[in-house]
Design a protein around this ligand. Structure first.
Ligand code: AMP
Ligand code: MN
Ligand code: ZN
Length: 743
């Protein structure tokens, strides 16, 4: 045999020789007529011997592969004993390898700055934004790739847990009328009781906001002060202690300051502030809040000072972001939005005020830009600066008008300040996810209202399960729920209820990375949820299940088996018992995932050992390595280990109806791969990624039809007598839901 090139030094050559060997092996085995093997064996003893040798080598290789897979997933897998055993259980290995390749693909995309299939969707969003605004926002500014996640560098660890309250960041309280501990009761300090979220600590400046004595100068009409020309001045970029110090020196001289924030919430669960713009009468400052996140608490010296007016426009979110990210609070807020409201302007936007008072046409196209980008492009800096540059002048204008239009018994300026104070006194709370009630801004109840079509019991259960999976995943990965799984894709999954990874990915086009990485788990989750939804014994909480209590009950009773339902239900139940429930234990999955991430972090390859390690170190430059490290620490691998887990045999049971047979077929095919996967497939017929994608996008007929068929069979189990109705509805639904509601 010719020597095999060293993969470490001559990877290309190694790859070539590998492919060559693979092609000739395939051609050779292809030349053997499958149906005649038995005959040929009896004809030629040497051939029979070779066949056996080859067979046992293949078995050995299969077992090695199985051991690699089980080592990678942390699941113990018993060895293959014979060909039948391989046939039956090889699917698990295929799934693990598929999953790993899929993940490697995602990692490479991320590393190379390709968002892959995600691009289409983002481009679409970009197009929409561009349409709204006059100018065209460059795509790369709307959604930058190759950004090292800023939250990795935050000194305060991101806490997305659902069970702990927000812990306020303030340690020092300048301009205090009451101490920091004011209003804090012992039960609040204990924080969590019985695992339930209790109240977070009170707003530390609530008292000061309520008891504020506004400085007299605020109520005297005076000549408005013109802003500095925009084009001949620049903003100071504040990103270190020295520049922060300099800015604070300027703030110390000011009686009025204008403030605005820019925020990012697509690649983060709770979101974070990326930029703080501050303008005094003389200067504009742009603070890099990603750099100075843990230093900005010092600004309470000015922000909480009742003798300094803080002018913002539409401050609701800013108030929350300031306290959540920096522990900053505003005492003496003047929100120009309320001035617009009290003066009954036709529009309440900042753009309107800019047009009216400054003759400036605001271009809001950067509002949705990716503010994590560094260094910030000139045009974005300009945009950000414009948000506060004119604001103190606008304040002068609306303040004078409010004073002018006030009556003796109707002080409009006081009213604006009062409404502003209400906003400043708002307290940040973490979002709580309640699976039971579905309440909350990101609860399933709100989303359910967007779904205009009837849902079956199973679909309702799947909807809730997927919705919860999305929230849990977003919290764990610190991503937004719309990054994890956009609403219209969630609905698409609910509609088709696929049970395998191909089906899951077929519902999501373009498929989001976290769906790709968890496609198999999602399939299993859907399948499990569907089973649970039709199980009489499980205490299902969904209202939809409760609509069928009588029918479900009768299934367990010894009623004469006039219904076709009793047997398949029993069957499903038997099958369910054999499923290891820990396969769905998210914390266990997470644990395995972390373990694996560590292994990947060490760059030990099953194939190359540690050979690749120094190759990587040598080849990568500083920034690429930082990116690699970031991806490694950040991208956790979920392994589809479930496939290896259960060697499940559904017991033979007499079946009395075709629907029962289908139920069983689906049941058994779900945990074991069909042997079809092992058959040799001609190159032109092989499923490649491209073909897969084309198939998925052009038509998912096979899966969809199968899924619908299975759905109907399952429906028959529970909803036997309403089946005709269901079918009708489904027919009409299918048409409408071609365009499920978008985000
Ligand atoms: P602004 O107050 O206009 O400077 O906006 C502050 C931040 O709010 C922006 O950086 C965005 O993150 C967010 N934001 C503003 N307007 C929108 C919008 N229409 N949709 C989504 N996010 C927005
Ligand atoms: Mn704002
Ligand atoms: Zn802004």
């Amino acid at each position: 045999m010719a020597s095999i090139p060293d993969p470490k030094r001559q990877f290309k050559e190694f790859q070539q020789s590998f492919f060559k060997a693979l092609v000739s092996a395939t051609a050779a085995s292809n030349a053997i007529p499958v149906n005649d093997v038995g005959y040929l064996r009896s004809l030629d003893r040497q051939f029979a011997k070779d066949l056996d040798t080859c067979g046992s080598r293949l078995l050995k290789t299969s077992n090695q592969l199985l051991q690699h897979c089980s080592a990678d997933t942390g699941v113990e897998a018993s060895t293959y004993e014979d060909v039948d055993d391989v046939n039956e259980r090889y699917g698990g290995v295929v799934d693990v390898v598929d999953g790993l390749l899929e993940k490697a693909d995602v990692c490479l995309d991320e590393m190379l700055g390709r968002t892959g299939k995600g691009n289409d969707q983002i481009k679409q969003q970009a197009a929409e934004v561009a349409q709204v605004s006059k100018g065209k926002l460059e795509y790369k500014l709307l959604h930058a790739s190759n950004i090292v996640r800023p939250q990795m560098k935050f000194k305060d660890a991101v806490d997305n847990s659902n069970s702990t309250p927000f812990i306020r960041k303030i340690k020092h309280k300048p301009h205090a009328q009451v101490p920091l501990e004011y209003g804090v009761t012992p039960d609040m300090v204990e924080g969590i009781e019985g695992g339930k979220l209790t109240h977070s600590l009170p707003h530390p400046y609530e008292y000061e906001i309520q008891h504020i004595k506004y400085p007299d100068f605020m109520f005297q009409a005076k000549e408005r002060i013109m802003y500095e020309p925009f084009d001949t001045t620049t903003a100071a970029w504040v990103d270190d202690d020295a520049s922060l110090e300099k800015m604070m020196d300027e703030l110390a001289k000011a009686h009025e300051i204008a403030i605005d924030l820019e925020h990012h919430n697509y690649r983060s669960y709770q979101g974070f502030t990326c930029l703080m713009q501050i303008s005094t009468r003389e200067h504009d400052f742009i603070v890099d809040t990603l750099q100075l996140r843990d230093r900005l608490w010092q600004l309470n010296e000015y922000f909480a000072d009742p003798n300094v007016v803080k002018v913002l426009h539409g401050a609701d979110s800013d108030i929350i972001w300031l306290q959540r990210d920096f522990g900053l609070y505003i005492v003496n807020l003047f929100d120009t939005y309320f001035a617009s409201q009290l003066l009954e302007f036709p529009q309440k936007s900042l753009a309107y005020l800019l047009r009216t008072y400054c003759n400036v046409e605001a271009d809001k196209k950067y509002q949705l830009a990716d503010w994590r980008i560094r260094p910030l492009p000139e045009e974005m800096l300009k945009y950000a600066r414009a948000d506060t540059h004119y604001l103190l002048y606008i304040y002068d204008c609306v303040r004078n008008e409010l004073i002018e239009r006030s009556a003796a018994n109707d002080n409009l300026l006081r009213a604006a300040l009062q409404r502003s104070a209400g906003v400043a006194a708002q307290k940040h709370e973490k979002e709580v996810y309640d699976l039971e009630t579905g309440e909350g801004p990101n609860g399933w109840k709100g989303l359910l209202r967007k779904w205009q079509h009837p849902m079956t019991t199973q679909q309702m259960a799947v909807f809730k399960a997927l919705h919860q999976w999305r929230d849990v995943t977003a919290r764990e990965q610190d991503e937004s729920v719309r990054f994890v799984l956009p609403n219209h894709m969630l609905f698409s999954l609910v509609e088709r209820m696929p049970s395998d990874s191909a089906g899951v990915m077929g519902c999501c086009n373009p498929c989001p990375p976290l769906v790709r990485m968890n496609a198999q788990s999602i399939g299993i989750l859907i399948q499990k949820t569907r089973m649970d939804a039709v199980l009489p014994s499980s205490a299902q909480s969904s209202a939809a299940t409760q609509q069928q209590p009588i029918k479900t009950e009768t299934l367990t009773e010894k009623k004469p088996a006039t219904s076709i339902t009793s047997i398949p239900i029993k069957k499903i139940k038997v099958a369910k018992m054999e499923v290891d429930p820990s396969a769905f234990d998210l914390s266990k999955v997470d644990h395995l995932r972390r373990e694996h991430a560590e292994m990947v972090g060490k760059a030990v390859s099953s194939l190359f050992g540690e050979a690749m390690d120094d190759a990587i170190d040598d080849a990568l430059n500083e920034s690429t390595r930082a990116l690699v490290d970031e991806i490694r620490s950040n991208l956790r691998l979920t392994l589809p280990f479930e496939g290896l887990k259960f060697k499940q045999k559904v017991k033979e049971e007499p079946l009395s109806s075709p629907s029962a047979a289908t139920a069983q077929a689906e049941q058994s095919s779900s945990n074991q791969q069909q042997p079809a996967e092992l058959l040799y497939v001609a190159p032109e017929k092989r499923e490649t990624k491209k073909r897969k994608a084309v198939e998925a996008s052009s038509s998912t007929t096979t899966t969809t039809q199968q899924e619908h068929a299975v759905q109907e069979e399952q429906d028959a189990i529970v909803l036997k007598d309403t089946m005709r109705k269901t079918k009708k509805k489904k027919g009409s639904k299918k048409k409408k839901s071609k365009t499920p509601p978008q985000e």
